[in-house]
Design a protein around this ligand. Structure first.
Ligand SMILES: Nc1nc2c(ncn2[C@@H]2O[C@H](COP(=O)(O)OP(=O)(O)OP(=O)(O)O)[C@@H](O)[C@H]2O)c(=O)[nH]1
Ligand SMILES: [Mg+2]
Length: 310
């Protein structure tokens, strides 16, 4: 196993980015937990506040955290603001993200950071299902989580068990290779999809997950639907062949089924299946075209990176 020298540890700047919206009941405990867990690391805590009305920002300032305010709205927007600030203003080498509601335990941060310090991983995701406290996640959320991870596996080829985990660490340089546009909860999925598409080495480590302190800002049905929508958009972008090929093949098969089903009207019997089959074939090749363009662009991008590295 690789050892990390003291010099490497102190030369690596870790910034823990935490979005907050009215978390005054929990933020203090989270910050003192981080302080305790991170004594051996060169770190800062960056709070990205969504203009809390309960004094969350003041508590964080009093406890020595850097506090900035997001311009836009939403969890994803706050995180992106924080990532950018951490990289550009605080010179972060590693970024850790977590929540301010006491669901995630700061004691796990070193376990997330170590594989990156050893350069064994580029991104480490905490798997909450390994240590889920009873009642921490309602059954409907748990089911939704499993479904989203399954869709992510099928649609994006992501082999991550807990795709919605909000506790992660990653090399800040990865930000240059990820195109993050989501502003709400779907950002968690987008980060993984973009990192995967950039060939980042992603690993999961077990973490605990506890019942939240304070009120939730999550709307399981609405957010679940949005995450699903973003996953399909990512599929179109990352795996166009599967996306269009899937729709095209389904249309073609549907056309064949209609063809063999004796429909009463002669025109529908011939025209409808034919249109479906042609549509299916066209969509398939459309997807294939985008797939080829993406592949070429990626290859050229790699060449560019290599030539600028010299
Ligand atoms: N700055 C900012 N922070 C937010 C916003 N929405 C949520 N947060 C914070 O983001 C973190 C995650 O939000 P949560 O409400 O805990 O969402 P969740 O973890 O999916 O759901 P539960 O923990 O089950 O309630 C928490 O620290 C929130 O305070 C927002 O619009 N702006
Ligand atoms: Mg939470």
């Amino acid at each position: 196993m690789k050892k990390i020298t003291k010099a490497k540890r102190s030369a690596t700047k870790i910034v823990v980015v935490i979005p907050t919206l009215n978390e005054s009941k929990a933020v203090g405990k989270v910050l003192s937990g981080i302080k305790e867990a991170m004594t051996n690391y060169n770190h800062r805590v960056l709070i990205v506040d969504g203009r809390s009305s309960d004094g969350t920002d003041q508590i964080a300032k009093d406890m020595g955290a850097d506090v900035i305010y997001q311009r836009g709205k939403g969890y994803g927007d706050a995180l992106k603001t924080g990532f950018l600030y951490a990289r550009k203003q605080l010179n972060a080498n590693i970024i850790v993200m977590m929540d301010a509601d006491m669901t995630y335990d700061p004691k796990h941060i070193p376990e997330l950071v170590e594989p990156i310090l050893k350069d064994e991983s580029d991104m480490v995701v905490g798997n909450r299902f390994a240590g889920m406290e009873k009642g921490a996640m309602p059954l409907v959320n748990r089911f939704g989580n499993r479904m989203l991870s399954l869709v992510a596996k099928l649609a994006l080829g992501l082999s991550v068990f807990d795709t919605q985990s909000g506790m992660r660490a990653f090399k800040s340089e990865l930000l240059e290779r990820m195109n993050l546009v989501a502003v709400g909860m779907p950002l968690a999925m987008e980060i993984l999809a973009e990192a995967h598409s950039a060939d980042a080495r992603i690993r999961e480590v077990p973490i605990s997950y506890s019942t939240r302190v304070g009120e939730t800002k999550l709307n399981p049905l609405k957010d679940g639907g949005r995450i699903l929508g973003v996953t399909l958009r990512l599929m179109l972008d990352i795996r166009p062949l599967l996306f269009f090929g899937g729709i095209g093949t389904s249309l073609g098969v549907l056309g064949l089924i209609f063809h063999y089903l004796a429909l009463p009207i002669e025109l529908a019997h011939i025209l409808f299946p034919l249109l479906l089959i042609i549509g299916g074939i066209l969509l398939f090749w459309f997807g294939f075209g985008i797939f080829l363009i993406r592949k070429l662009r990626k290859r050229n991008g790699k060449h560019d990176n290599k030539s600028t590295a010299h």
